[in-house]
Design a protein around this ligand. Structure first.
Ligand code: VGL
Ligand code: ZN
Length: 205
């Protein structure tokens, strides 16, 4: 069975200086590029929200990084980020996007957030990625990108639930860390779900 690379949300708004900056998020770029150069089948995802998106604190009159306790389950409200067509939604300028076979946009529905590359946060709406991978005979995925504690984790857990083998590239992910330790806890949750946490060299070997 073939393996595919999924590079998650390596976008300007998630890098230092961006609207929802992930500390040292830009450090995943050279790792992602090494993987993109080596792996024959790659998908790149792009968080891509309409203005006024449901996940934005501004659309609820709330403070960024506060919790919306009214939603079930309670969810984090974010600064406005990755608004479709803006520079912040663009990929990091050094990411080798030319190598990708598929660029998958997610979070495009005004009223639906989407962390996972496979299923939107309503847990019912598929993005189509699982079928695309299955049609190409892919049985396992390698993940790198942003952020460890949100989109990488959600993608990894869904991939496992859908039956894919999952390898996470340790140097190729960084966390938001809204609470310190979130990234480490996310990696533990992924490992507990059967994901392997590997170094870049282990993955490329
Ligand atoms: C992400 C928060 C909001 C991510 C996307 O890519 O991890 N996090 N939207
Ligand atoms: Zn988002």
């Amino acid at each position: 069975m073939r393996s595919a690379l999924i590079v998650i949300d390596v976008q300007n708004d998630f890098c230092p200086g961006g609207a929802l900056a992930v500390p040292r998020g830009d450090e995943v770029v050279p790792v992602a590029n090494r993987l993109l150069a080596q792996m024959p089948l790659s998908v790149i995802t792009q968080d891509w929200h309409p203005a006024g998106h449901v996940s934005f604190a501004s659309s609820r009159g709330a403070a960024p990084y506060s919790i919306d306790a009214a939603s079930n389950p309670p969810r984090m409200l974010w600064p406005d980020h990755c608004v479709a067509g803006t520079r912040g939604a663009g990929f990091h300028p050094l990411l080798d996007t030319d190598r990708a076979r598929l660029i998958l946009r997610k979070g495009t529905d005004l009223n639906l957030d989407s962390y996972s590359a496979f299923i939107e946060n309503d847990r019912r709406t598929p993005t189509g990625l699982a079928g695309w991978l299955a049609a190409l005979g892919v049985g396992s995925v390698v993940l790198a990108g942003l952020a460890t504690d949100y989109c990488v984790k959600a993608t990894a857990l869904d991939a496992r639930a859908l039956g894919f083998g999952v390898d996470i590239v340790a140097e190729g992910v960084r966390g938001v860390e809204a609470s310190p330790g979130d990234a480490e806890r996310a990696l533990s949750a992924m490992a507990a779900a059967g994901c392997r946490i590997l170094s870049l060299n282990e993955v490329l070997r």
